[in-house]
Design a protein around this ligand. Structure first.
Ligand SMILES: Nc1nc2c(ncn2[C@@H]2O[C@H](COP(=O)(O)OP(=O)(O)OP(=O)(O)O)[C@@H](O)[C@H]2O)c(=O)[nH]1
Ligand SMILES: [Mg+2]
Length: 308
């Protein structure tokens, strides 16, 4: 599944407006909205062109926009991979730094509640007297002490107890919403126009690209491509991911039946004009499942269908 970013921010900071600008999904105030934000990548079109792919599909991030604020609402973000903090920068006298501080505290409170609930559960399980469970109670108690001292779980030394889904370990990407930052309201309006009209109005790249880029960096992602006679496509992968990880993110069958992977750097492919020419010049490499994928690789996974 695509990686997900959750939007957090004080009431009325412009979260849903930002959601609509990012996803064009027509999110409604007052309920949870989920949509996809595409990741613009200039390399995709040339890769599609030299591969004879009639269709080019960019990579995307899932975006979750919960309504409002507070520990319970933030709890809806436990499954996302990064948090986009939308800070009011448009109302007169707005103080984005203070808003970010409030948000950090609220994330901490939400995690304290979360650890407390976990502690109750393991305590009642530990009544059986099993040693491993008693040890877990002690560990969760120490973790609770850490959070109560005002420190996020990203600063917890060592492994966290199993079953926790903390918020304060997630990358937090602050975005000031308003003139001078990212004008979400303007971008949400432009998102309803055809792409070329919006671009003409902006006189430059969309500032939303910078938001997506910041999330992308916070998540430690790279992009790889697949391209064939049907479709060229960009995919995200965590940096350090292998050819097998890449195959799995395309389709589980590709990972199960993985035989080998053909790799061409996107620039080599575009400069050669075709896979055949890249191969002739020795720029196509055959790699195994443990190959560490690099940003911009064009991958062709050879696999045995129906295995596993
Ligand atoms: N001028 C201006 N107004 C904005 C901007 N972003 C949002 N607004 C307005 O602020 C109000 C609240 O925006 P929402 O996007 O609903 O805020 P929210 O954070 O989702 O609100 P809750 O989910 O209720 O907490 C709306 O009237 C928006 O039109 C902006 O960048 N500039
Ligand atoms: Mg909202």
């Amino acid at each position: 599944m695509a990686l997900a970013a959750g939007i957090a921010g004080l009431p009325g900071a412009g979260k849903t407006t930002m959601f609509n600008a990012l996803t064009r999904a027509g999110g409604v105030p007052g309920r949870e909205n989920v949509g996809m934000a595409t990741i613009a990548d200039d390399r995709l079109e040339p890769v599609a062109r030299v591969s004879g792919s009639p269709k080019a599909t960019p990579a995307a991030l899932r975006v979750v926009d919960p309504p409002g604020f507070g520990a319970a609402v933030l709890g809806n973000l436990r499954q996302v991979d990064a948090i986009l903090a939308v800070l009011d920068g448009f109302t007169p006298g707005a103080d984005p730094d203070a808003a970010l501080e409030t948000l950090r505290l609220e994330l901490l409170v939400a995690d304290r509640d979360h650890v407390e609930r976990r502690l109750e559960r393991v305590r009642s399980q530990a009544k059986s007297g099993e040693r491993a469970l008693r040890e877990q109670v002690e560990l969760v108690e120490r973790v609770l002490g850490h959070v109560e001292a005002g420190r996020g779980l990203g600063e917890w030394p060592g492994a966290l107890p199993p079953g926790l889904e903390p918020l304060t370990t997630k990358p937090l990407v602050p975005i000031v919403n308003g003139p001078g930052g990212v004008d979400a309201k303007l971008e949400a309006e432009l998102a309803e126009l055809p792409e070329d009209e919006a671009a003409a109005f902006r006189e430059g790249p969309s500032v939303l690209d910078a938001v997506v880029r910041a999330l992308f960096d916070a998540l430690g992602l790279l992009v790889f491509f697949t391209a064939n006679e049907n479709e060229a496509r960009a995919w995200t992968l965590r940096r350090g991911g292998t050819a097998l990880d890449a195959a799995a993110s395309v389709h589980t069958d590709l990972a199960r039946g993985f035989i080998r992977c053909e790799v061409i750097a996107w620039r080599d492919l575009v400069e050669c004009g075709s896979r055949a020419e890249a191969a002739r010049r020795g720029l196509l490499r055959i790699e195994g499942r443990d190959y560490r994928v690099e940003d911009g690789d064009v991958l062709t996974v050879r696999f045995q269908p129906g295995r596993g």
